[in-house]
Ligand binder design. Structure first.
Ligand code: CP
Length: 302
């Protein structure tokens, strides 16, 4: 992992995942340590973010490092016509590590080829969100005491949802059974289903989750992402497809937990928040420890 960019979740092996989760568990016990003294990290966010950017910045600050960057491309020289290549080449000379979110699929891979410091993909369009996946693995392992043989329900926007794409690939190492629940317009793309078939992983597709929710170990809710639709009518048709409320959880397994990468819009009712099966806010908090583990591993400190 040392000096290696993290662009796709497949850049890391199954062993790497476990190393990151173990280091994250250490950081959870002791998150404030001076391990990044003298290090500077750039957070370049060409697309909006609350959790990813702030948890990265919290992770770095808690380790004594410094952060430079922007949270809005409009405040950078991109508005003057500067290319991504030139932007990355410049920032490379200022920092030890780049964390980048960009709306274009493949932008993070391209940045990693241009940069002479490691690049962490903080989300590239509908493609990948590998650091979210590592915090999802951490959350699943913590709540289920295992990653193996789980029934994983993915509900909502499975077409554009980069978090479900990365999570599916990582979880495929642990013999899960996937239940994909989405409207026809937002089904899991064929390339990911092909990936599962090649890895002998079972998956089923449904329009409705209520008849089967009693089988779930993990319910991974997702937002229908308005910003990914070119046709607003398509968004209006699908935006309220699934709304999880407390009464729907009555016959679910004891161990079942509800995850969501957040932000939510209305796909989880507020009455679910107090249910002990709701784990999404703790999941987001786990992001700090997992990102501390990723940063220190890439910088060769852990
Ligand atoms: N989970 C996630 O990527 O959230 P943000 O868009 O707020 O970073």
């Amino acid at each position: 992992m040392k000096n290696k960019s993290l662009v796709s979740i497949t850049d890391y092996s199954k062993d790497d995942y476990l190393k990151i989760l173990d280091i994250a568990a250490e950081f959870e016990k002791n998150p404030s340590q001076h391990l990044l003294d003298g290090k500077i990290v750039a957070t370049l966010f060409f697309e909006p973010s609350t959790r990813t950017r702030l948890s990265f910045e919290s992770a770095i600050n808690r380790l004594g490092g410094r952060v430079i960057g922007f949270s809005d491309a409009n405040s950078s020289s991109v508005t003057k016509g500067e290319t991504l290549k030139d932007t990355i080449k410049m920032v490379t000379g200022y920092v030890d590590l780049i964390v980048m979110r960009h709306p274009l699929e493949g932008a993070a891979r391209y940045a990693s080829e241009v940069a002479s410091v490691p690049v962490i993909n903080a989300g590239d369009g509908a493609n990948q969100h590998p650091t979210q996946t590592l915090l999802d693995l951490y959350s699943i392992k913590k709540t289920q005491n295992t990653l193996e043989n789980l029934n994983i329900f993915m509900i909502g926007d499975l077409k554009y949802g980069r978090t479900v794409h990365s999570l599916l690939m990582a979880m495929s190492n642990y013999n899960p059974t996937f239940f994909f629940i989405s409207p026809d317009e937002l089904k899991m793309p064929n390339e990911y289903k092909l990936f599962l078939e090649q890895h002998n992983i079972k998956y089923y597709e449904y329009r409705d989750f209520m008849p089967i929710i009693a089988e779930a170990d993990i319910v991974y809710m997702t937002r229908v992402q308005k910003e990914r639709f070119s046709d607003p009518i398509e968004y209006e048709k699908t935006k309220n497809a699934y709304v999880l409320n407390n009464s729907m959880l009555e016959n679910t397994r004891e161990n079942m937990k509800i995850l969501h990468p957040l932000p939510r819009v209305n796909e989880i009712s507020l009455d679910v928040d107090e249910n002990p099966k709701a784990y999404y806010f703790t999941q987001a908090q786990n992001g700090v420890f997992v990102r501390q583990a990723i940063i220190t591993s890439i910088l060769g400190i852990k």
